[in-house]
Ligand binder design. Structure first.
Ligand code: 5GP
Ligand code: ZN
Length: 117
């Protein structure tokens, strides 16, 4: 999608600090990290949010989503220490970029609950 920040990062039009890439997904460092490690895992195909993972094409693509998250987290050295995967969805969920993405956050012990009123 032409004006989408994450589509442009995925296709290289907007530069980013990429840490991982496979056929379907790209992972790059968040511009405003909230922890020592804060990486976003983004599908190359534009999908707005979890709510739009509906047709066969997107379902097929997302079948590999968790193995990609696992590979990225391992590469970042988080497998043993642990990490959090966050998928903000829609306005109340705090989604600010309308292109599906998962945050991988780690590198320190994270507080719970994760939200602030
Ligand atoms: P959301 O709030 O939608 O779950 O997360 C969007 C994330 O994208 C935020 O953590 C924000 O810092 C990050 N972000 C927004 N624009 C850019 C950008 O141009 N480059 C990178 N690397 N991260 C971005
Ligand atoms: Zn997009």
């Amino acid at each position: 999608m032409k004006d989408c920040i994450f589509c442009q990062i995925a296709n290289g039009t907007i530069p980013s600090s990429k840490v991982f890439e496979n056929d379907d997904f790209v992972a790059f460092n968040d511009l405003a990290p909230t922890a020592p490690v804060h990486v976003l895992v983004v599908p190359k195909q534009h999908v707005q949010s979890i709510n739009q993972i509906t047709d066969a094409e997107t379902e097929d693509q997302f079948a590999h989503f968790f193995s990609t998250v696992q590979a990225v987290a391992s590469q970042l050295g988080l497998a043993e220490s642990g990490y959090r995967v966050v998928i903000n969805t829609g306005a109340d969920g705090g989604q600010t970029v309308p292109h599906f993405h998962a945050h991988i956050i780690g590198g320190k012990a994270l507080g719970w609950p994760p939200f602030a009123d």
